[in-house]
Design a protein around this ligand. Sequence first.
Ligand code: MEV
Length: 439
Amino acid sequence: MSKHIDGFSKLSKTEKIDWIVATYFSNKKEVKLLLKQYWNSDHKLQQLHDEFIENTITNYYLPFGVAPNFLINGEFYTIPMAIEESSVVAAASKAAKFWKNRGGFKATVISTTKIGQVHFMFDGDDQKLQQFFNIVKSKLIEDTKHITKSMEKRGGGILDIQLKNQTKKLKNYYQLHATFETLDAMGANFINSCLEQFAKTFKNEAQHFELFTSEEKNIQIVMSILSNYVPNCLVRAEVSCKVDDLNEDPSISAEDFANKFIQAIKIAEVEPYRAVTHNKGIMNGIDAVVLATGNDFRAVEAGVHAYASRNGTYSSLTHAEIENGIFKFWMEIPLALGTVGGLTSLHPLVKIALEMLHQPTAKELMQIVAVAGLAQNFAAVRSLTTTGIQEGHMKMHLMNMLNQLEATQTEKDRLTTYFKTNTVTHSAVVDALSELRTK
Ligand code: MEV
């Protein structure tokens, strides 16, 4: 069977499945059944999901969990998390519980502006271009009024446009570098529409600028696109308590724990190999909430990691210190999030997630997401510097292994109890299950 097909997108969903199954699978009946098993029986709900993307053939489920007891700026939240990795939700819940008895989390939004750029090539006199820009700048803004009107009514819009000469980096390369406030919207569509209009106006007006030679009039627009690097859309999350109050683990004193924890953070500050894993742990918390609330986790990931290398070396996003007997742990992180528009008003589970969070503004969601990241990092570094990460991980992984081995509910119950006091390894689980089955 040919693995190539023309006009695939025009086939019905069933026809698409038929082609895929016929082309790639030998166990055709099972695969077809499985793909269809994941369809929702509610036709309208299924159609909604089908239409999120192109060529949908089925749904791909992720667990939607919640981490309760997050005390943030004096208010309790139950945080929704969509994630497949075992132990992330448990770790978040544990950190929430730990800090609720120590004053809770504090979070503050530092700034909320976003950037978009029109990248273009200009082969000519730099000063004339600057003159042209100064004249055309107000028209650039005026011509986007049909896009910005309602955003401006709510207090947002275009904050500034600058002309940037980048010819030292690349021959003839310039930018219109624009700053936006998009309020509760993530703003990608808004920003990109404004940028494309800037580009049109800029190119058109250049044709009529008398000082330009005919060659200079020929500005070449390369592309217009928002930037996912948002160092000025920044939120800070922090926790603090007396060092003495950190005590929970009888095997280590509060002071030793605080010092070891701070050492672990300092290692992640100076050592990129560790920093990447350290920050990955932060993103376990961040991505899960970003996904549950219908936001773009790829955009967040890209922006966060760029921010983690802003000083030239990839480094920890979190920091910790002891000052006058007080343990402080904090993070500043760029997060471009929305609570209106996009998936937020379409995906039924996203609507539930946002309602659970008291219909947050984008700023409030930034705070909640940053706290989820900080909590996740606290839980990870705490385990790493005390019991080690595998004890908790393997306990959570036990259920995955039991499912893989097709354990019954009774077997799962018996073995969960057994492994409360025994070390979980793959072979130990296989052995224990087969012993149970032969009994
Ligand atoms: C695993 O998903 C995340 C950790 O590796 C994070 C860390 O090492 O800090 C546990």
